[in-house]
Design a protein around this ligand. Structure first.
Ligand SMILES: [Zn+2]
Length: 376
């Protein structure tokens, strides 16, 4: 090797080391980079939620619900836990670890709400209890056969025999946290936000979905309604109660801004009367249209929301993980386009592609010319 060539190789080698070190150091901002790139691939990213005091994360866990909320006072609420399959559970825990809890923050869930026993809501509850400290659990008025026997509950509608629900109850008992069977008196009232439980209005339902609570979270004048899988019977009961003329409460109480659409956008829920009464401006649907055999979401419901004045419909299957933020002045913003299920750009993929291309460049630039010159 000529002295000149040797020197050139050493320089290239040093440049390569500096380049690779610089590339690897982006590890510390990997989530920002991933979000930025996924934002380019999914250009619906509308705005930044960093200035929002309230952040509601609708996690992409398949045709299932998992919603994590950062309250303005720093408390954490998780509503439902995704599906029972491994992909959904992994997506939930990865998202909470990487995108919900901040680095160095204690991983405490102050409130966990299980809306009802179905596996697409309770599927990840066991692993959630095993992974995090949970302070308080709101559970539906549903019981395992063992619990029913111990408590003297004989109503079959309230007894759930599935393994996934039994596992939730087992994990809950191991956690030793505060437990509340939610009803309309379960409201949470803090200085700057409140959560109003407006359903369930009964103790027993023949349709399991109807055990779901309907909750209105109010912050900075912005109201978000969470519905679980509550169906039209529940919507009707709410409309009867919140009516300026015939009901017990004013209609304006259920006039909301953001709606978590009931039952994954199925026609069992979101009746025209209900949508007309609550007048949402934004709607979020937790679903996976390609991988479910029900029509979730239904075209009828999508059209109904659109023609009823909803400005924007967000969907976890199209928008990935959705964060809706509310700032202290009531400004609503959304961050979309990071995916936990299906395709998404990840940091390590970027390192392999950029690193590989960079190394090829560093060790080849200029060498071809030399070869040509030598041939002459
Ligand atoms: Zn469901």
């Amino acid at each position: 090797m000529e002295a000149k060539e040797k020197r050139s190789f050493i320089i290239r080698f040093i440049v390569a080391i500096v380049f690779i070190s610089a590339l690897l150091s982006t590890y510390f901002v990997r989530y920002e980079i991933e979000n930025f790139l996924n934002g380019i691939f999914y250009p619906e990213v509308s705005s930044d939620v960093t200035n929002s005091e309230l952040k509601m994360h609708f996690i992409d866990v398949g045709n299932a619900d998992a919603i994590a909320i950062e309250m303005p006072n720093g408390e954490h609420m998780v509503i439902d836990s995704g599906d029972k399959n491994n992909e959904s559970r992994t997506a939930l825990i990865n998202y909470l670890n990487n995108n919900f809890f901040e680095a160095g923050e204690e991983r405490i869930i102050d409130y966990f709400v299980l809306t009802h026993s179905d596996a697409d809501h309770s599927g990840g509850a066991e692993i959630l209890f095993q992974t995090y400290e949970i302070e308080k659990c709101f559970r539906p008025n549903q019981y395992t056969p063992d619990e029913a026997e111990a408590l003297g509950i004989v109503d079959d509608n309230q007894i759930v025999k599935t393994d996934v629900f039994k596992n939730f109850v087992k994990a809950l008992n191991n956690e030793n946290c505060e437990v509340e069977f939610f009803d309309v008196d379960s409201d949470i009232v803090e200085d700057d936000f409140s959560i109003d439980f407006i359903a369930p209005l009964e103790k027993s339902f023949s349709v399991k979905n109807n055990y779901s609570p309907v909750m209105i979270l109010t912050y900075a004048g912005v109201k978000t309604m969470f519905t679980g899988d509550a169906e039209k019977e529940v919507e009707k009961a709410i409309l009867n109660l919140y009516d300026d003329y015939t009901g017990e409460y004013a209609k304006s109480v259920i006039d909301i801004d953001i709606l978590k659409v009931g039952h994954h956008g199925s026609t069992t829920s979101s009746t025209q009367d209900f949508i007309d009464a609550i007048t949402p401006s934004y709607a979020v649907i937790c679903t996976d249209e390609e991988n479910n055999s029900y029509e979730h979401p239904s075209k009828t419901i999508l059209n109904r929301l659109q023609s009823s004045g909803v400005k924007k419909i967000y969907r976890t299957d199209l928008n990935g993980n959705i964060i809706i933020g509310v700032a202290s002045d009531g400004t609503i913003s959304a961050s979309l386009g990071t995916f936990t299920i299906g395709f998404k750009v990840e940091w390590y993929q970027l390192v392999i592609v950029v690193g590989g291309a960079g190394l090829v460049l560093i060790f080849t630039v200029g060498t071809k010319k030399k070869l040509k010159r030598r041939k002459k």
